[in-house]
Design a protein around this ligand. Structure first.
Ligand code: ADP
Length: 694
């Protein structure tokens, strides 16, 4: 058998897995971000020397302005983000400064092949420079060899030289101090063409030197000739170079670098487009990450809510169960003495002949039945209110049910001088499956009201059925020609404790609960209860329920009326309440049965071992051993009574108790208070499992 904690812990395994995943989703990026944060801030507050030379507009130096240019702006912003101060130092021979004398720690931008500059740290590239040829229209031949032995004006910078030399070894070079000078040399005929950085091309052409003013140029960009530019540093300052490089990544993503580039160069359309696409994509990624975190939090919250809901539901189930137990106990405690009152009244009616005393006893009986009816209604209402009313699903004959209700009210109707008839469609299936007792309760209430509120004419119960598939839709109409209901109260008649007016209670009695319970029962069964009425002419109550067709065989009618009695049977009566013991014993004896008494389950089991009985009437709630346990013991024993018919005779009337009784092995169920007729009917109709006791 599985223990409670094991089941609970199993149930929480998926919850734990989910919680751990959510925790990981939050923790891993958290730890990772913390490490990132520590790394990014490790040089906060420190100052580093960074070199700059004349290379406008990338970077430049003047005594008045200090370091200016695109690279300067980018590096300054990266340093601000990293909490680092940069001290810009003019340094025309930067590589040896970084490499050898240590007069600077960093160089903002440069291009070397890996390993070309030993002792210098080089970060990932953060910038790319593209180049183009520019020449005077018509001066250059066409074809692949056109560049051979041509003289090219190249700005005297190591990066540019290295790039051109390595790609075009057959060319002659004219080194110039600036890009403008390269253009000037070409216009003056000292070079065939110039080699320029595309970013500055537009500016150079717009501000061309005087001897180039009228020249028509031709430009050819070199998309494959790209110099990837990195930050350089001394080995000791590699850490801060990397931190600055990381910050530039952020700036590339958030558009800051493009902003600086736009300030210093004229960017090509594709460059701007690419940058904004990158920015959008990164923004999208950020949103995605934020969404993931929100989702993780939402999942966590959901799991937490589900768990709380489950706990709350378990609590509600428990309190519903307690309420159901309480109602069952109240019902039991009231029914037990009521059984004594009604049973004694029945017995007295048998013996008393004086009409006056008989009338008084009848009054006691009627009042007790009234009390019982009220108790039933209050219990039903509280069960419905607290959601513990459960419907049964058992096969029953609807036709027989309607006939029985009709038969019950026929004597009253006759006494009042009104007619009562039923009109049942021949299409009604013999057996249906559903809660027959509850349907009977609704029908009884409607017919009871109809008969009660009708003085002339009569009452009709009409039943129609519609079969589709395995379902039977049954509609009932209870019509009367009685006092009717005023229009203004028709809407409220189904509310609890509602009656047409206060005089109704005085004249006809009742509590105003019947219709409310009936409607709620019908709704529980998937239908509805409605009314049409005309004051002084009568009322029509309609309800419909959906039942399942059943293949169960119709039980033959018990072949008995008043004449049939269980005469000659020996019955073991198991009952702990002395009054009820006396009443049941007397009832049985009057029916001609021989009674053997047992005060609890244990005694009953013992008596069953001693001798054989024709039937056992078993109370369910008893000290020492209850009726269910006693039944199980009797059925288990190899004694003469292991197959004896056992009928529950109990004040516990809930469906649960009925089920428990049948499950323990009982054959029938009688609810207290029990009438003599019911008792006789049940005993006579019992399955004959064994021959009568000797
Ligand atoms: P009770 O009959 O116990 O008062 P019900 O809920 O069954 O409670 O009925 C509520 C009220 O509806 C009745 O008191 C009565 O005023 C009115 N009523 C019900 N059925 C009929 C009927 N067939 N004809 C006239 N009035 C009715």
């Amino acid at each position: 058998m599985q223990t409670e904690p094991t089941r609970k812990s199993r149930r929480f395994v998926p919850v734990w897995v989910l919680l751990c995943t959510v925790a990981m989703l939050i923790a891993v990026p958290g730890v990772w971000s913390w490490a990132q944060f520590r790394r990014a801030n490790q040089f906060r507050g420190e100052t580093f020397r960074i070199g700059v030379d004349h290379n406008p507009p990338n970077h430049d130096w003047s005594e008045q302005e200090g370091a200016t240019g695109f690279d300067v702006d980018v590096l300054n912003d990266a340093a601000r983000r990293a909490g680092v101060t940069l001290d810009w130092v003019f340094c025309p021979r930067w590589s040896s400064a970084v490499q050898l004398d240590g007069s600077i720690d960093l160089w903002p931008v440069g291009y070397y092949r890996p390993g070309e500059l030993p002792g210098v740290h080089q970060t990932r590239p953060w910038n790319e420079i593209q180049h183009a040829w520019i020449w005077e229209r018509g001066r250059m031949p066409v074809g692949p060899e056109r560049l051979d032995r041509k003289r090219v004006a190249v700005v005297d910078r190591r990066v540019t030289q290295a790039l051109v030399l390595q790609s075009f070894p057959n060319m002659d070079f004219l080194l110039t101090p600036s890009r403008l000078e390269s253009l000037n040399a070409m216009c003056a005929g000292r070079a065939d063409l110039a080699f320029l950085n595309t970013r500055v091309l537009e500016e150079v052409l717009l501000n061309r030197p005087a001897n180039c003013r009228t020249t028509m140029f031709q430009v050819q960009s070199l998309p494959d000739l790209i110099s990837p530019m990195s930050i350089f540093s001394r080995m000791e300052s590699a850490g801060v170079a990397e931190v600055l490089r990381d910050r530039i990544d952020e700036m590339l993503v958030d558009g800051t670098v493009v902003g600086f580039a736009e300030k210093w160069f004229s960017l090509s359309g594709s460059e701007v487009r690419q940058a904004s696409r990158l920015k959008e994509r990164t923004l999208g990624l950020k949103w995605l990450a934020a969404l993931c975190v929100v989702m993780a939090l939402a999942i966590g919250l959901l799991v937490w809510l589900i768990r709380n809901l489950r706990l709350a539901r378990a609590g509600a189930d428990r309190s519903r169960q307690l309420q159901a137990e309480f109602l069952a106990n109240v019902s039991h405690e009231i029914r037990t003495p009521m059984n004594g009152v009604l049973g004694t009244a029945d017995l007295m009616l048998d013996t008393v002949a004086d009409p006056e005393i008989r009338e008084q006893i009848e009054t006691i009986r009627e009042s007790a039945y009234g009390q019982l009816e009220l108790l039933n209604q209050i219990l039903d209402q509280s069960k419905i209110d607290s959601g513990v009313l459960l419907l049964e699903m058992t096969p029953f004959s609807l036709r027989r049910l309607v006939e029985q209700v009709e038969k019950t009210f026929l004597p009253v109707a006759r006494r009042k001088g009104i007619w009562l008839r039923s009109d049942i469609t021949p299409d009604l299936p013999e057996m249906v499956q559903g809660d027959g007792l509850r349907i009977r309760q609704v029908l009884t209430n409607l017919v009871n009201n109809a008969v009660k509120f009708t003085a002339d004419g009569g009452v009709e119960i009409a039943v129609r059925a519609e079969l589709s598939g395995g379902t039977v839709a049954v509609s009932f109409v209870v019509s009367d020609t009685g006092i009717g209901i005023p229009n203004n109260v028709l809407g409220t008649i189904f509310e609890k404790f509602r009656q047409v007016d206060a005089s109704t209670t005085r004249r006809y009695g009742g509590t105003g609960l019947g219709l409310s319970i009936s409607r709620q029962l019908v709704r529980l069964m998937g239908g509805d209860l409605t009314v049409e009425s005309e004051l002084g002419k009568g009322s029509q109550f309609r309800f419909s329920v959906s039942l399942a067709a059943s293949r169960a065989a119709v039980k033959p009618k018990a072949p008995l009326e008043k004449t049939v009695t269980p005469t000659g049977l020996t019955i073991l009566l198991v009952e702990d309440n002395l009054v009820n013991q006396r009443v049941a014993q007397a009832l049985l004896q009057r029916l001609g049965a021989t009674v053997v008494l047992a005060g609890n389950g244990l005694e009953a089991v013992a008596k069953c071992r001693e001798r054989k009985f024709d039937a056992v009437l078993m109370d369910c709630h008893m000290p020492e051993m209850d009726g269910y346990a006693a039944t199980i013991e009797i059925r288990k024993s190899a004694g003469p009574n292991c197959r004896v018919p056992i009928v529950a005779l109990t004040a516990g009337v809930s469906g649960e108790e009925r089920r428990k009784a049948l499950q323990s092995g009982m054959d029938g169920f009688l609810a207290k208070p029990v009438s003599r007729e019911e008792l006789a009917l049940t005993l006579v109709a019992l399955p004959r499992r064994a021959s009568p006791a000797a």
